[in-house]
Design a protein around this ligand. Sequence first.
Ligand code: C2E
Ligand code: CA
Ligand code: CA
Length: 745
Amino acid sequence: MATAPSPLPAHAGPAVASPLYAALGALLALLALTRGGHVEVVLVASGVAALLTTAAALVLLRAGTNSRAYAAAGAAWGTAVALAGTWPHTDVAGLSLAQLLVAAGTLGPLLVVLRLLRDARAGTDDPPLLVDALMLATALATVGWDAFTRSGHHGGTGWTASTVLTLTATALLAGSATALAVEHPRLRAAAVGLSLLGVGTALTGICFHHERATAHVAVVAALAGGTAGLLLLPRAGIVQHGGEAAARAARRLETASLVPGPILLVDLVLLVLSPRSDPVLFALYISVLVAYTVRHAATARAVDRSYRALRERTLRDELTGLGNRTALQDALTQPDREQALVLLELTGLDDVNDVLGVRSGDAVVRAAADRLVRVLAGPGGTAYRTGRDEVAVLLPGGTADALRHVDALAAAVAEAPAAVDGAARFPLLATAGVSSCPLDAPGDPMAPLVRADIALRDARRLGPGGVSVYSGDVAAAHARRSLLRERLSVAVRDGLVAVHYQPVVSFTTGRVAKLEALARWDDPVLGRVNPAEFVAVAEESNLVVALGEHVLRTAVRDAAAIGVFDAGVGLAVNVSVVQLQSPGFADVVRDILAAHDVDPALLTLELTESVFLDTDSPAERVVTELARLGCRIAIDDFGTGYSAFGYLGRLPVHVLKIDRSLTRSVTEDGTGQSVLTCVVDLANRLGLTTVVEGVETAEQAAVCRSVDAPLGQGWLYAPAVPLTDVPAQLARVHPVPGSAQPVAG
Ligand code: C2E
Ligand code: CA
Ligand code: CA
């Protein structure tokens, strides 16, 4: 999750100050040029460099609270030093003008040091400002002292000055060379520029006494390189927010920053050995070295801390404090014992989110996580949040051991809603997929996760709260469903799913009253696939929407074409809940009927009871809309589900289709017949038509007729037949039970 560094904030200050400082630098350089050979080039150059650097830094570095103060201090210092270099040998009231200027210039940076100290006291401890202040102060004093002594009449530029220059330059070079290894292109370019600065300064130091002309060229090169380098130096933000590559870059930069340390040390040794013994410079050097070392240690600690914090953050789920998917993957990659993986899906969480809002949903997840952690303390398991409504649990031992804990885990999840205001009425069930993570298993370490996921899908098919353990059978079933889904989507797209028609026959006239459209699919690879199987697969995805529409469109078109509707015979089509929830379903039905000029009353839409269980579900509104259109609504498979009657009063239902399991029982035991009698009686009283499904024997038909059931459907009359056989079916008149003679067709 790499965040791009935010663009530089637009602020008025630098826009004015930056060109001002740059212009001042140019002006001072010009001024020094007019003085010809009387100037101290090194001092002028470092003054101008300070001004240009300040101008560049103002634009490039993020404007913090102190940036303007830093810039003013840098500019003041630069101006003073450049002026000192321009008049190195002038006296004012018996004192050296150059020395006075350098001393005055030091005041600006000194104020910055004081500001740093003030901030440090205010408690902004990151970065360690106290150490920064110390380092800045000692470095400042060192440079200031060096410039001061060199700018005076008597100091001159001796052996030390050129050696220190050369070594400092070498330090810059070495640091930049290391920084070259850093990936970021802007950092690399900056390193090149800074190297130029190093080379130039080194040459200046070497040529100082003998070759003034070369020294001048070197100063110009150094200035150009340094300015370019600083202009290209990116903000720290690039490194802070740049993800893994930037983190690597930051580590290398850190290594690069190690380089100046040893060089400072060599500097110090040379200073000690130098013929010009300057105890002040010596003491200052030691202080810089100490401050540098302390700062380096502090930086290393801070970097380490932020890495750890970052790593911690990338492994934690913020909401629950559990490990996240990455943490689970880590654990799976480095298993230290045999474990089982349990993927728990918090089934029912969507309802909480939908009705009470995401905040309550989050609170429920948090409550569930807390409870899971408590349950897992016993067996020594670990929980990870791997998805919005999914928690993974690693338990020691095999799947059999894990299964012993699944009930407790499910109970922990079930308790969670009670802990959240208003959520207690939403049942939360843990649907679980279990797989084993054997130690030293060859192959992909993520395999247990994939397997648990397959098991979880299998568990879902068992219903909310289902539990499934990954096995060869589960895997095979999963593979088959995947293959089915893939091939079915192609078949639906290419219109290869056929529609057959099963007659619904009147028990009183023996004539076909209606045809039920049933999908038939012959796949070249899979052969004929049972509709119950492929419809279920289609319902798991949105595929059932396209499939259902294809069946509806084909059935209405073909039935209209062969005159089914003209004969007053109706058409029944199965509709899945998923279809009802798809946007614009009622419009699709209206358009199809209109396209073939079919009376909506001749179309029955068969729905299962599950549609009506949620009061106020969007599906219910669609049913009402369809009924208003004039279509008839049938409850399919009545007697298998809840067989509740509540919705019958609330919703426009016209037909009850009695499931064939009930039909089978009517001739097997007395209760079956009583139940059938009751249902038909109730339907008649409510003004509903009943269709008895799965009528296979004349005996069953006779019972149905005896209890006044009006319509039946089943193999006794006909199986579902292709369109070509439909006219023959319509022409048939089936024997009416109880009447002596079959009515001749
Ligand atoms: P259903 O809606 O209950 O359809 C009746 C099923 O019972 C059909 O199975 C039919 O062939 C079968 N059947 C008919 N008479 C008898 C009988 O006397 N004895 C027995 N044992 N079975 C009989 P089919 O065609 O295999 O369809 C199975 C289920 O697949 C359907 O059950 C329906 O829920 C679903 N289905 C089929 N086509 C579609 C469709 O186009 N859309 C949707 N959403 N579902 C469909
Ligand atoms: Ca049906
Ligand atoms: Ca049925």
